[in-house]
Design a protein around this ligand. Structure first.
Ligand SMILES: [Zn+2]
Length: 402
C-alpha cells in the first residue's frame, strides 16, 4: 500500500520514500514506493509527472492500493529515495478539475443540466451537458462560476463508508464504490465522490473561462480553461482583436461594427461587379457573334479570355448560345490553369461531349459533360494559337458533316 501524501497536502512537491518493488515493463521500469506526492491517472485526470532521485517519472498508475511510477532506470528494493513533483503541472490539472466541479455543480443547480462527459487533454478540457443552454444561460453560468472563484471559499472533504452513501445527497456518486469513500465539497457549488486532485480553495482556480461551445448529442459540449490556461487564452484573444482593430484603424470596442460594415460593403461591391460583368459580357458577346464564322446555319465562336472565373465563363457561353444559333468554345487562362466550357444552342446536332473529348486531346486536359454543355480544365499553357487553329479545323469539319 502506498501512502498518498497528495491527499494530505495538495501543494507538497517533494518527499522521502522507500522503494518497495521494481519491475521491468515493455517501456522501461515500474517502481513501487511506500509513499508519494505523485498522483496517478484516475477519475478523468491525467497522471502527474516528477522524478525519483532525479530520474524522470513520465507517469504513475494505480494497482489496487499501490502506486507505481514509470521510469527508465531500475531501482533496488529498500532504496531510500527523494521523490519530486512537477508542481506546475499539478496546479494546472487541479485548477481545470476543480473548475469542472464548479461548472457542473452550477449547471445542475441553475438549469438542471447534468454533466454526462468530461475530457481533460494536455491543452484543452471539455464538458458535455445533457441540456441545450442558450448563449445567455452559458454567460450567466460562466459569471456564476467566477463568482464562486472570487469568494475564495475552502474546498473540503468527508470520508464515509460506501454503504452510507445512499443517505447522503450528492450531485454525483461514482458507481461500484467499496470501503472508505472520499466526498469533495467545492464551497456550496458542488458535492460528489471524487479521487482527483483539487485546489485548496476556490480562489486558487484563479479564473474560469468558457472558450467555445457547440450543440452535441442533444445537449452541449463546452470547452473551458482555468488558471493560467484561461489567462493565456484571454491574452491571445485580446491580441487577435487588437490586430483586427489596427487593421480597421478603429478602437477595440468598435471592431465588430467595422467588420459588419466592411462585409456589407463587400456584398454591395459583389452585386455591382456582377451587374457590370453581365453588361460587359453582353457587349463582348455581340462583338464575337458579329465576327464569328457561320457554317451552314450555325455560328462558331472559338475564343480565349484572361482570368475569367468558371462562373463568368458559364454566363458567357450561355449568352452566346442563347443569342444566336451557335457553338461556343471558350477558354480562360487563370494563371494556374486553363479552364474551358463548351456549349451549343438548342437544335445543334453535334454533341458537346464529343467536342470536349477533342479539346481534352488538344490541351492535355480533363473534362466532360452532356450533349449541350461540357467543361474541363488543363494546365496553363503559354501559346494557344496552334491549338485554337487545330480545333477550328476540327469543328468546321464536324459542323459541316451534320
Ligand atoms: Zn474532483
Amino acid at each position: 500500500m502506498t501512502e498518498k501524501l497528495y491527499y494530505q497536502n495538495i501543494w507538497l512537491d517533494r518527499c522521502e520514500a522507500t522503494v518497495c518493488g521494481c519491475e521491468q515493463t515493455k517501456d522501461g521500469y515500474a517502481v513501487l514506493l511506500d509513499r508519494t506526492v505523485i498522483f496517478p491517472e484516475g477519475g478523468g485526470q491525467p497522471s502527474d509527472t516528477g522524478s525519483i532521485n532525479g530520474v524522470p517519472v513520465s507517469a504513475a498508475f494505480e494497482r489496487g492500493e499501490e502506486i507505481w511510477n514509470c521510469v527508465q532506470t531500475p531501482f533496488c528494493e529498500g532504496d531510500k529515495v527523494e521523490v519530486t513533483l512537477d508542481i506546475e503541472r499539478r496546479r494546472d490539472h487541479a485548477q481545470q478539475h476543480s473548475g469542472e466541479h464548479i461548472i457542473s455543480g452550477l449547471a445542475d443547480k441553475l438549469y438542471g443540466a447534468h454533466n454526462v462527459g468530461f475530457h481533460m487533454a494536455e491543452d484543452y478540457t471539455t464538458l458535455d451537458l445533457d441540456a441545450q443552454l442558450t448563449d445567455e444561460q452559458l454567460a450567466a453560468l460562466e459569471r456564476a462560476a467566477n463568482e464562486v472563484v472570487q469568494r475564495d471559499e475552502p474546498i473540503t472533504y468527508a470520508f464515509v463508508h460506501a454503504e452510507d452513501l445512499a443517505d447522503i445527497k450528492l450531485r454525483k456518486t461514482a458507481k461500484g464504490l467499496q470501503g472508505e469513500v472520499r466526498i469533495v465539497y467545492i464551497a456550496d457549488a458542488d458535492s460528489c465522490t471524487c479521487c482527483g486532485t483539487h485546489c485548496k480553495t476556490t480562489g486558487e482556480i484563479g479564473y474560469i473561462r468558457f472558450s467555445s461551445w457547440q450543440n452535441y448529442k442533444g445537449g452541449i459540449r463546452l470547452w473551458f480553461l482555468c488558471g493560467m490556461r484561461a489567462v493565456e487564452n484571454a491574452m491571445q484573444t485580446r491580441a487577435i482583436v487588437d490586430a483586427v482593430a489596427k487593421r480597421f484603424s478603429t478602437k477595440t470596442e468598435e471592431v465588430m461594427a467595422s467588420v459588419v460594415r466592411q462585409g456589407d460593403e463587400l456584398s454591395a461591391l459583389k452585386r455591382e461587379m456582377k451587374l457590370r460583368t453581365d453588361a460587359l459580357l453582353t457587349y463582348r458577346c455581340a462583338a464575337l457573334l458579329t465576327a464569328a464564322e457561320k457554317i451552314g446555319d450555325t455560328k462558331l465562336v472559338l475564343h480565349q479570355e484572361e482570368r475569367l472565373s468558371a462562373a463568368d465563363l458559364k454566363l458567357f457561353t450561355e449568352k452566346l448560345t442563347h443569342t444566336e444559333k451557335s457553338i461556343a468554345v471558350l477558354f480562360s487562362n487563370t494563371g494556374d490553369a486553363l479552364l474551358y466550357q463548351i456549349a451549343a444552342s438548342p437544335g445543334v446536332k453535334l454533341s458537346m461531349r464529343e467536342v470536349c473529348s477533342a479539346v481534352n486531346a488538344a490541351t492535355g486536359g480533363r473534362g466532360g459533360g452532356k450533349d449541350d454543355f461540357a467543361q474541363g480544365s488543363a494546365k496553363a499553357q503559354p501559346g494557344m494559337q496552334e491549338t485554337m487553329e487545330q480545333l477550328r479545323v476540327y469543328l468546321r469539319a464536324a459542323i459541316k458533316s451534320l
